[in-house]
Design a protein around this ligand. Structure first.
Ligand code: AN7
Length: 353
């Protein structure tokens, strides 16, 4: 049977009543790729897999939650959705709203979103408002607006988003035949770590897996409120996706950390960029900068973790590298300019005689 998208694949576990209301772009079923060059930096006998969420229809993990949230909105008879976003949520909301024939309003932080994401929201016909402020300001506004106007909020404070996103944990367990021992991922608004933990605990309670992984979430050091223990007024990081100073799912992220015996840590922009480039150069995997936070966190904490032979690690790579080509170009050696002559090209290739 062809893959039906996450709502239909896990229909009995998601809050959609009627199949007729499902709004899907056939998201989910993303590859879990073994990454030996990452594992080589971790420890002997440890296997590392990356879940490539950038291969979802709009290029990020947000599509899992968005199919659930927009389907539920349709079921309620809603005709418009709204979100605040650092980029990926807006791209996904705009696409699913377009598919559903709904209006979409997105509030994004002025200037600080990757161009690929902005282009998506614009192309899908959303009303895009650049707020003179950051994500946290935008989120406050959309929560208020959705409380008083006929628009459905599709940020992850909408529980249907978390429900949809938990399906990634189910897929990981199905692919591995068990749960991993550690799960590393970036943390921004903290919905995804909350959702994975919900998925793992659901399946553990049903006896489908015996153990749940330690949840290892990583924030950018300039936007690490959970690590620091207080909201960050002016979050800053090159990983614009996780430039968030007051995460909505703060408490549930801490619960995921504590119940799983995991950690929420932070990585510097330099550590994040190093992991971003390493994945691209050594594994052939191009993720967006924020996505590399989990792998950067793995590299950073690996020496201090108590590894056992056969330990299995999953890292979620949350978004595709093509979302933010400007950053990729900025951190890479620039192409050499050569004249259109064989000798010049060969010389530049290192084949000079
Ligand atoms: C690539 O799009 O918050 O901790 O508004 O785009 O669940 O928030 C994006 C977040 C990680 C953090 N990686 O996930 C938004 C937004 C990427 C992201 C995160 C985001 P959460």
């Amino acid at each position: 049977m062809p893959w039906p998208g996450v709502v239909r694949a896990f229909f009995d576990r998601l809050p959609i009543e009627n199949d007729r209301n499902v709004v899907t772009l056939l998201e989910g079923n993303t590859p879990l790729v073994e990454t030996p060059a990452v594992a080589a930096r971790v420890g002997t006998g440890v296997r590392v897999f990356c879940k490539l969420e950038g291969l979802n229809p709009t290029g990020s993990f947000k599509d899992r939650g968005m199919t659930a949230a927009v389907s539920a909105a349709k079921e309620e008879g809603s005709t418009a959705v709204i979100c605040a976003s650092t980029g990926n949520t807006s791209a996904s909301a705009a696409a699913y709203a377009a598919k559903a024939g709904m209006r979409c309003y997105v509030l994004i932080p002025d200037g600080k979103i990757a161009l690929g994401k902005l282009s998506q929201a614009m192309m899908h016909g959303a009303t895009v408002l650049q707020v003179e402020g950051n994500f946290d300001d935008a989120l406050r506004l959309v929560v208020d607006i959705s409380g008083t106007h006929p628009v459905t909020l599709v940020n992850s404070v909408n529980p249907n988003r978390i429900q949809g996103q938990k399906t990634a944990a189910f897929e990981v367990c199905e692919d591995l035949g068990r749960a991993p021992d550690y799960h590393f991922l970036p943390v921004g608004n903290a919905g995804n770590i909350t959702a994975y933990w919900l998925g793992y605990t659901e399946w553990r309670e049903e006896g489908r897996i015996q153990n749940a992984p330690r949840m290892m979430g990583f924030q950018a050091a300039g936007a690490a409120p959970i690590v620091r223990g207080y909201p960050v007024e002016n979050p800053e990081t090159i990983a614009t996706a996780i430039r968030i100073g007051c995460p909505a799912s703060w408490k549930s992220a801490e619960a995921a950390r504590d119940e799983s015996g995991g950690t929420i840590g932070m990585v510097s922009d330099d550590e994040l960029v190093e992991a971003y480039r390493y994945l691209a150069a050594k594994e052939g995997i191009f993720c967006e900068p924020a996505s590399a936070a989990g792998v950067a966190g793995l590299f950073k904490t690996a020496p201090s973790l108590d590894w056992k032979e056969g330990d299995t690690v999953v890292c979620t790579l949350t978004g595709h590298g093509l979302k933010d080509p400007d950053r990729a170009i900025a951190v890479s050696p620039q192409p050499a300019k050569v004249s259109a002559e064989m000798s010049a090209v060969l010389a530049a290739m290192g084949f000079a005689s």
